[in-house]
Design a protein around this ligand. Structure first.
Ligand code: FES
Ligand code: FES
Length: 162
């Protein structure tokens, strides 16, 4: 069957089966930043943003459920070649090593900061507890989110956020 949804601002028509998981549909559409790290909805490396405000694990949603909705993936974060403050902060603070968890981690952090622009360390750790990382030990991810939060709170960088 064919479904229509918006991905990173562009309308896409995708041909899927009812059982096709959203993560597979996204990756088959060429957006391979969204990863698969488990088969039990626990790792969060498949996290994307639904309708600009909700983080969803795309391995636990069927593609047909996204019909008519807007999905943002990591590929939609940079604007005009300029890194989103979260991407810049993960780079600056060494919040990634293998990079496999990073797309999902950034999408989850993006939603976290929309709901809580000035989170405490504890709130960041709790807010990202659905996202597992094997490499960093999380400490630098927390620092990256703190840096991004600070950047996003400054009026000059508000334009860099979507
Ligand atoms: S792939 Fe692990 S939660 Fe989606
Ligand atoms: S950077 Fe390797 S899993 Fe997080």
């Amino acid at each position: 069957m064919e479904i229509t949804l918006k991905i990173n601002g562009s309308e896409k028509k995708l041909s899927v089966e009812p059982r096709t998981l959203l993560v597979h549909a996204i990756r088959d559409a060429g957006l391979t930043g969204t990863h698969i790290g488990c088969d039990s909805s626990s790792c969060g490396v498949c996290t994307v943003v639904l309708d600009g405000k909700t983080a969803v694990k795309s391995c636990t949603m069927f593609a047909v459920q996204a019909e008519g909705h807007e999905i943002t993936t990591i590929e939609g974060m940079a604007q005009g070649g300029q890194l989103h403050p979260l991407q810049q902060a993960f780079h600056d603070q060494h919040g990634l090593q293998c990079g496999y968890c990073t797309p999902g981690m950034i999408m989850a952090a993006h939603v976290l900061l929309q709901h809580n622009p000035n989170p405490t360390e504890e709130e960041i750790r709790f807010g990202l507890s659905g996202n597992l990382c094997r490499c960093t030990g999380y400490q630098n991810i927390v620092k990256a989110v703190q840096q991004a939060a600070e950047m996003l709170r400054q009026p000059s960088s508000a334009a860099a956020d979507d």
